[in-house]
Write a new protein. Sequence first.
Length: 202
Amino acid sequence: MTEEKKAKENVEENAQVLNEQEETVQENEEIINGNEANSDAEETPAESSEDPVEKALAEERAKYEEMKDRFLRSQADFDNYRKRMQKEREEMAKYASRSLLEKLLPAIDNLERAIDSSKQSESFEMLAQGVEMVYRQIMDALREEGAVPLETVGKPFDPHFHQAVMQEESDQYESGIVIEEFQKGYMLKDKLIRPAMVKVST
């Protein structure tokens, strides 16, 4: 059971108790009013003392006021909790990409260094090495976030995960097998982010 659900149930429970207490007070008041209407006898000195029913009613009223105060405070606490949770959810949604960004920044730094180094040395090999290193860093960052590329070549074609853009006969594979990948597909944990663009054997 979540904390929010517990808080809501607490408010509802207090509201129920408060209603029951209010009903008890009303019932006692009706009893007293009925007794006063049916009583025609003159008040004696003994009767002038504090009426037990009036005393009980006063106690019930005090309990009712106490329960009412508790209910209002519980309701206020729940409203404050709900507002706080809403703010936290908005903050999480606003900065949800922060973790991934922190992992990608080092890759961007290395890409900038590789570009600067290749310009100074005019070495395409150095640029290629830098780009390859950045690619590995980006893939590692994606894996840490739960994003992985689909394995396609040699697998049976699946329209749920593959987008066939070409078909071709193949001596190596039987019909309906992915024989080439043009663009990688990606999964984010158990959800497909993008299907793979593939060539399928006929």
